[in-house]
Design a protein around this ligand. Structure first.
Ligand SMILES: [Zn+2]
Length: 424
């Protein structure tokens, strides 16, 4: 029977390409959250035509939700012949802005040499399309299946997911008894099972000073110099400390198998973006945005304390040093057990379809699994999808059609195993 299912998916290759192109041509750019409703409805219409019950859920009141940019999510569900578990495929429909450097139309969805090019092909409309085709093939090939299957298209993953999976999870969409297993076709490569992700802490640090005429800086107190003093301590003390923290999490790429810190933005003094000549001012404020990624072995409080400790140390020892710290957001690390049912089902599928063992990995950055686990309290969740991780958010992003077909076979086989309890 799996062979028949695989053949059916092979026969749907053109349909898979067309669906991916259709989704990519809807420019769901985030920010600001363009055309979400169009994309949700395109997915909803297709699944409704195949017997799914389709609901649209606008995250009213969520961050950035407005009449002009409604945060429209779609959830589709189909029931099997008899009771059983529910397998849910979740794909985010938002994409990051195209940016510069493209040699293809970023929203053209051009097919060339077995690849589809465009923003969101890899991350992650190609993965979502593969999940749709996998489920459609399964429904045709196996009329007598138990349980339920859900497919959702959700928004705002690229900006934290509060208006998407976070919103739905708050309302029970990612909890038992509605859902038992969740597969998120994010681009982690066709032969990898992604068990979870590292944690993240974003914060803004502001050093404070006192303005004065720039020709007599000794009459003021330069906030940029205070920030430079902090950054010197970050370089000499914090970076070596972070580099020494290694994790047991199988994070890819290898460089992310330690704690990391990105200095995301830095600004002090006169506003940027003016055309005229600067006026001579001593900066009274300097702001730094930091993006700290942490490991399952670390504690969020300890992560914060490392930074606060340096700042407090400077406050105690450096004349005039004062600061403010504003926390922007944080998510804890999450990692599904390696022998969880959904991990076993997808791993078996990879081995059957690709003829090699699945590689368990952990993502360096977070994705919507955090909401499924933290809000939905559903532990049986992974990311598995056909895209090539390194291509996400790049110019000339593409998806390999053969990878989409292979991943659809993996997803279809895994779904069947989970529904029948063979992987449980
Ligand atoms: Zn993504």
């Amino acid at each position: 029977m799996p062979d028949a299912l695989h053949r059916r998916i092979d026969d749907k290759t053109e349909d898979l390409v067309a669906l991916t192109q259709e989704l990519v041509r809807i420019p769901t750019v985030n920010p600001p959250g363009e055309a979400y409703t169009d994309c949700a409805e395109a997915l909803g219409r297709r699944l409704a035509a195949r017997g799914f019950e389709v609901g649209y859920h606008r995250a009213e009141g969520a961050v950035a939700d407005s009449a002009r940019f409604p945060r429209t999510n779609v959830v589709a569900r189909i029931e099997g012949k008899r009771p059983g578990p529910c397998v849910h495929f979740n794909g985010h429909i938002d994409v990051v802005p195209a940016g510069l450097g493209w040699s293809f139309d970023p929203f053209g969805g051009e097919l060339r040499d077995g690849r589809i090019y465009g923003r969101g092909t890899c991350d992650m409309k190609g993965g979502l399309a593969a999940a749709v085709i996998a489920v459609e093939a399964l429904l045709e090939a196996e009329p007598d299946w138990p349980g339920a299957i859900e497919i959702s298209g959700t928004v705002d993953e690229e900006s934290g997911g509060y208006g998407g999976v976070g919103y739905l999870a708050e309302r029970g969409f990612f909890s038992k008894p509605q859902v038992d297993h969740v597969i998120i076709p994010e681009p982690l490569n066709v032969d990898r099972v992604c068990l979870g992700h590292r944690g993240v802490w974003w914060a803004e640090i502001e050093t404070l000073g006192r303005t004065a005429h720039g020709s007599m800086p000794f009459l003021g107190d330069c906030a940029v110099r205070h920030m430079a003093a902090f950054l010197a301590r970050v370089e000499s003390e914090l970076y070596p400390r972070l580099a020494a923290k290694r994790t047991e999490m199988p994070v890819v790429p290898e460089g992310a198998r330690q704690s990391t810190l990105n200095l995301n933005a830095l600004h002090g003094g006169l506003a940027e973006g003016f055309d005229g000549l600067p006026s001579p001012m001593v900066p009274d404020s300097c702001r730094l945005v930091i993006d700290r990624r942490f490991l399952i072995e670390e504690d969020l409080e300890e992560v914060k304390q490392e930074v606060v400790g340096l700042l407090e140390d400077l406050k105690a020892g450096r004349p005039g040093f004062d600061y403010r710290l504003r926390e922007v957001m944080s998510f804890l690390p999450t990692m599904t057990e390696a022998d969880a049912p959904v991990v076993r089902a997808i791993s078996a599928g990879i081995e059957a379809v690709l003829g090699r063992p699945a590689q368990p990995v952990v993502s360096p950055g977070t994705y919507d699994q955090k909401h499924v686990v933290r809000i939905g309290h559903l532990k049986d969740c992974i990311a598995y999808g056909p895209g090539i991780l390194d291509l996400a958010h790049q110019p000339d992003e593409y998806i390999v059609v053969a990878d989409m077909v292979a991943s659809a076979k993996v997803m279809a086989g895994a779904t069947l195993a989970l529904l029948k309890g063979a992987a449980g």
